[in-house]
Design a protein. Structure first.
Lengths: 323, 265
């Protein structure tokens, strides 16, 4: 029996594909034949890259830049119905979770967001791996409807290339019934890139909290050496020491990097909710009683201003030795 | 102006949270509270009503003890409270929740139109962040979610204006009322009810509505209608081989060695 197609929404930033899209394509391939969905313009430049990642068909809908979640959802729903695909995968961001919910709402699909993994059961149903309560619980959730929409967390699987050897076929769609545009975007400021990996997508994150007292230089230096992103606690962003977009936690970004380093971070439950599923957790804190040590794989009781620079210098030395 | 705020009763974050063998959130610990993030929603609604005139109704759907959540909303300054409670609701998913909340909002609107629906950004039990958008779809309202700042503008304050910080973009959105907004913890500092407010809230009535009161088909909600089932729920095993060292001048070197050894660089 041929499996119905799995649609994967490829997130892009003005034509530059965002890293989690490749993870999504890798995951999608394990579930059935993959067809990509591209909303907006800039597809031409990305076709080669998509072909390298196993895509032979791309559904494109040329939407305006300020596309709302309602429009994206309508586009996905229309493509899902038209193509006969039963599964839609998206990367789990705040916006995409809404897109996923609305797509499921329109198509009667079962919905799961923040999935940490995905497989098919013996009966061909989708089983989603999820984490709950600040990643202290693991759930296996079965989607019982024939259609499924799943938003997958970044870093759920490592991205693997699978070249098709030929350019993907592009199927251009026009929205049959665009939703009423009742919410107006009156201002839109794209944040300049930091030059480092995006926090939500990074393999390594170094986070600073109140213990930095506003001086993030040691945190940034270690992030630089490790090629990671810089994160922060709400205290640090509330104080204005660093941008709000760096906040990790239940009301900030949820991360699951291979390595998380928390420096001067106490490990409050709100913060843990956003990072506890990280692969390896390292904590540097002056207080041996800090709750973060309860979940740290490697804990250092010490002053971040001496421990972090020493670690960074040593890693640089080792790197230079290897080169 | 008439504002409805949706609030949820959730297990206390600081408590021992878990699941029952059926895969439902364990509510037997009895340490439920108003979802912290919904305090921001109530605060936003009450402030708007204070500034522009109007009344706030807090609305919850949930088991018996969920009444505590709307009681807290009354203490914070809401005038009316509605608690939708029905045995058939157990195991409802986000779609059913949105269906029921929408039916309740429509009933609240029966004696005068609802201008604004306010929700929290996420319920801290599931962190789905999808009920607001589903509720907007059910009610056919324009949505402006994840407000870090929320104001009413225009000549007669009939336009809601929202600033939101997404991961790579900062946006200002506007929608004409009636509309739905969700607010983040950045939007305000929830007030702490004083003794007087607590006493005043005691006199306020909580209306309890069943599915029959709302004309919602019981088979359209609850576990039977849910599009997902939890097949397994287990506590995550504790992390093994954990190391805790105290800096004696070489902790940075030891940290570097640990990262290299574990192939993390
Ligand atoms: C509704 C709500 C939502 C929230 N959402 C979030 C969220 O999403 N993310 C989030 O992070 N927080 C969130 N919070 C806040 C959270 O509860 C904590 O207040 C916050 O995480 C604490 O930040 P911190 O660890 O930087 O500060 P503190 O808790 O003050 O910890 C600072 C730590 O630094 C250590 N320290 C001090 N100096 C040094 C030094 N020189 N070297 C090493 N260590 C040092 C101290 O021992 C201490 O443990 C939320 C709160 C609420 C109410
Ligand atoms: N059972 C419920 N009763 C009332 N409001 C709810 C309920 N569930 C969710 N909400 C609202 O929807 C928001 C987001 O919830 P969720 O989508 O579950 O993360 C919450 O902050 C509440 O404002």
């Amino acid at each position: 029996m041929t499996q119905p197609a799995v649609l994967a929404l490829v997130d892009h930033h003005d034509g530059v594909v965002r890293a989690p899209a490749f993870e999504l394509l890798t995951l999608a391939r394990s579930l059935g034949p993959v067809e990509a969905v591209w909303l907006g313009s800039g597809l031409a430049d990305a076709l080669d890259l998509l072909a390298e990642h196993g895509v032979s068909t791309v559904h494109q809908v040329d939407l305006e830049a300020d596309v709302t979640v309602a429009t994206s959802a309508r586009a996905l729903a229309e493509i899902m119905v038209e193509s006969g695909a039963t599964t839609v995968l998206l990367s789990s961001t705040f916006e995409n979770k809404e897109v996923a919910a609305l797509t499921a709402h329109e198509t009667g699909a079962g919905l799961s967001v923040d999935a940490a993994g995905l497989e098919r059961s013996g009966e061909g149903r989708l089983v989603v791996h999820q984490q709950a309560f600040a990643a202290t619980w693991t759930l296996q959730v079965e989607i019982t409807t024939p259609r499924a929409v799943v938003a997958v967390k970044p870093n759920a699987v490592p991205a693997e290339a699978e070249p098709t050897g030929q350019a993907p076929q592009v199927v251009v769609h026009a929205l049959v019934s665009p939703p009423a545009a009742r919410t107006r975007v009156v201002e839109r400021t794209v944040r300049p890139s930091s030059g480092r990996p995006e926090l939500g997508e990074a393999q390594v994150v170094v986070a600073g909290g109140r213990g930095t007292e506003g001086d993030f230089s040691a945190v940034e230096e270690l992030a630089e050496v490790l090629g990671g992103a810089v994160g922060a606690t709400r205290v640090a962003t509330d104080e204005g020491w660093i941008g709000h977009e760096t906040q990790i936690g239940q009301t900030g970004v949820t991360i699951s990097p291979r390595l998380y380093v928390g420096a001067g971070v106490s490990g409050a439950v709100h913060h843990r909710g956003g990072m506890q599923s990280s692969g390896t957790i390292v904590a540097v804190n002056a207080d041996p009683e800090a709750p973060i040590f309860e979940i740290a794989d490697f804990g250092v009781v010490g002053d971040l201003f001496s421990v972090l620079p020493q670690a960074a210098a040593e890693l640089r030395r080792l790197k230079a030795e290897q080169a | 102006m008439k504002i409805v705020v949706c609030v949820k009763h959730v297990p206390d974050l600081q408590g021992d949270r878990g699941f029952t063998p059926e895969g439902r959130v364990d509510r037997s610990q009895g340490d439920g509270t108003l979802n912290e993030l919904d305090e921001n929603a109530v605060e936003a609604a009450v402030t708007l009503a204070e500034t522009h005139g109007g009344e706030v109704t807090v609305l919850t759907m949930g088991p018996q003890d969920a009444e505590d959540a709307v009681r807290r909303g009354l203490q914070m300054g809401a005038e009316h409270a509605v608690h939708v409670v029905d045995d058939a609701l157990a195991g409802s998913d986000a779609f059913a929740t949105a269906t029921v909340l929408a039916a309740a909002v429509r009933r609240i609107a029966a004696d005068g139109p609802v201008d604004l629906v306010v929700t929290g950004m996420a319920a801290l039990d599931g962190l789905m962040s999808v009920v607001p958008t589903l509720l907007a779809a059910e009610l056919d309202l324009p949505q402006a979610t994840l407000a870090a700042e929320l104001t009413l503008t225009g000549a007669d304050a009939r336009t809601v204006r929202v600033r939101r910080d997404l991961d790579h973009v900062v946006e200002v959105l506007e929608a004409d009322l009636p509309a739905l907004v969700s607010v983040t913890d950045q939007a305000n500092q929830p007030r702490y009810p004083n003794f007087k407010a607590i006493m005043a809230a005691r006199k306020k009535v909580v209306s309890t509505w069943s599915l029959a009161d709302l004309g919602v088909d019981p088979t359209a909600v609850g576990q039977t209608a849910a599009r997902t089932t939890v097949v397994e729920a287990s506590p995550r095993p504790a992390r093994e081989d954990r190391v805790l060292i105290t800096d004696e001048g070489d902790a940075g070197l030891r940290l570097a060695a640990y990262l290299v050894e574990n192939r993390l660089v």
